[in-house]
Write a protein that binds this ligand. Structure first.
Ligand code: NAD
Length: 491
């Protein structure tokens, strides 16, 4: 178990200044802001507070290194990523502790995230050397078509606080592999993992100016000047639907390429032929990973009426047995939520559900004291108009409703503006295919509660956004397509 000295050591190992053109420096005004441990409310670090001048300087560094980086051999780009993958894996203990300190998630979740984050670098190290094109004879026969791909150019990458390392690597890894330079703006609540990542990439040989990092308490200091600048060619954003929509509008005048990984409201559907134990195991993962603070978190449990009571009591028993506390202790399974606002919102959703007649199987009462803790909560027979079913919960609360037939289940699953992921539990192959084809999401977990995989295209539809991260698709978000029509008289 980490002691105070370990905590101090990992916190002191992080350089908390902006990274611009290979230099580490404070912001233009010298201002700094505090980062707090959400389990205690104590200040654990002080970080440079970037201004719009700093953001423009970071873009200038990305523009200056653009041509040289695009011309760097794909194998060289891949090998930098491969070295960074190895360093992340080698340093998993310290990086996981750092993440738990700034974000609060259980150490096991932090370790899983470092592994997941590192795997994006291994994946894109392999993709860097597979950026291929196409050669074709035009249908009329007298022209040859050559299709090639080029890096899109300088990118702005904006990441949320809930997966501070993996949301960065799945953008940064793809951009590096494609030959793009970038400005990364991590969330102000969790900047330390991003700084640690920048340090790892520098050690791995990433040239100055390819990755620039700007932290700020005023996010518009970065988005407004950069999206107004035609030299920026791409925005990749992970965060809330509301902010994503606003940034898409800001990108419109310059028609920058945009990828949007936004909010979710995942249905978790258990059919009457499901393996109940497997469904409960899947529910624990889909609900409790990251203490429910995931865009992929199961938000609505739709259970066939014949299994609803058993599923509810089984899930309540599992969630009720989980240990709550400051998650630097490896035996803790439920850490705090990120801040007081997040806790207040979850408490409000639980109250609202109870006012709408939901039955509390476990949890439900607020936890006082320092740290933003919420007890795992299972709510049975939640009314369809309760807010907990309509909004992203972002906490350890599982609302359960019943359904009678497949059509009702599919209709309920699709009855949301979001479309990121759904979880489906059934042992009937025909039913599984029918349901997977009709559910309107970018991803489906079939008989499993986790879909995130660096080799797969992660992303949503509807208000969950557009674009894909990871998989062979991920690198194409950072590549332009050009085709050359070659006249020929050859037959
Ligand atoms: P958020 O939208 O408040 O913030 C996300 C990032 O955007 C942060 O870095 C924030 O500083 C920045 N931001 C906010 N306003 C900005 C502005 N005007 N200009 C530029 N940047 C701005 O979201 P959050 O609370 O940090 O994260 C939680 C949300 O992220 C949830 O809705 C969750 O579902 C979503 N999320 C989605 C995915 C996905 O892949 N689809 C993954 C993780 C999280």
């Amino acid at each position: 178990m980490a002691d105070v000295a370990d905590e101090r050591r990992v916190l002191e190992s992080v350089v908390t200044d902006l990274q611009i053109g290979g230099e580490r420096r404070g912001g233009a005004t010298g201002a700094r802001f505090d980062v707090e441990d959400p389990a205690t409310g104590e200040v654990i670090a002080s970080v440079a507070d970037g201004t719009s001048d700093d953001a423009v300087a970071a873009l200038e560094a990305a523009v200056a290194s653009r041509a040289e980086w695009a011309a760097t051999a794909p194998r060289a780009r891949g090998e930098i990523l491969r070295r960074a993958f190895e360093l992340l894996v080698e340093r998993i203990d310290d990086l996981a502790l750092l993440m738990t300190l700034e974000m609060g998630k259980p150490l096991a979740d932090s370790r899983a995230e470092i592994t997941y984050a590192a795997e994006f670098f291994r994946w894109f190290a392999e993709e860097a050397v597979r950026i291929d094109g196409r050669y074709a004879v035009a249908p009329a026969g007298n022209t040859r078509l050559v299709v090639m791909h080029h890096p899109v150019g300088p990118c702005l990458l904006i990441t949320p606080w809930n997966f501070p390392m993996a949301m960065a690597t799945r953008k940064v890894g793809a951009a590096i592999a494609a030959g793009c330079t970038m400005v990364l703006k991590p969330a102000a609540l969790t900047p330390l993992s991003a700084f640690a990542l920048a340090g790892v990439l520098e050690e791995s040989g990433l040239p100055a100016g390819v990755l620039n990092v700007v932290t700020t308490t005023k996010a518009s200091n970065v988005s407004e000047p950069l999206l107004a600048d035609p030299r920026l060619r791409k925005l990749s954003f992970t965060g809330s639907t509301e902010v994503g929509r606003m940034l898409t509008e800001l990108a419109a005048p310059n028609l920058q390429r945009v990828s949007m990984e936004l909010g979710g409201n995942a249905p978790f559907v258990v059919f009457e032929d499901a393996d109940l134990d497997a469904a409960i195991d899947g529910a624990v993962v889909a609900k409790m990973r990251n203490v429910g603070q995931a865009c992929t978190a199961a938000n609505r449990f739709l259970v066939h009426e014949s299994l609803a009571e058993q599923f509810g009591s089984g899930l309540a028993a599992r969630l009720g047995a989980m240990r709550i506390g400051r998650a630097t202790d490896p035996s803790v399974e439920v850490g705090p939520l990120i801040d007081a606002r997040a806790r207040a919102k979850v408490d409000e959703l639980v109250d609202d559900a109870q006012r709408h007649g939901a039955r509390v199987l476990i949890g439900g009462a607020p936890i006082d004291g320092p740290g933003h803790f919420v007890a795992p909560t299972v709510l049975m027979d939640v009314a369809l108009d309760a807010r907990v079913l309509r909004e992203e919960i972002f906490g350890p609360v599982a609302p359960i409703t019943r359904f009678v037939n497949d059509d009702d289940a599919i209709h309920a699953a699709n009855d949301t503006a979001f479309g990121l992921v759904a979880y489906v539990f059934t042992r009937d192959l025909d039913r599984a295919l029918r349901v997977c084809e009709r559910i309107e999401t970018g991803m489906i977990g079939l008989n499993q509660g986790l879909v995130s995989n660096p080799a797969a295209p992660f992303g949503g539809v509807k208000h969950s956004g557009f674009g894909r991260e990871g998989g062979p698709e991920g690198i194409h978000e950072y590549l332009e397509t050009k085709y050359v029509a070659i006249h020929t008289n050859a037959v």
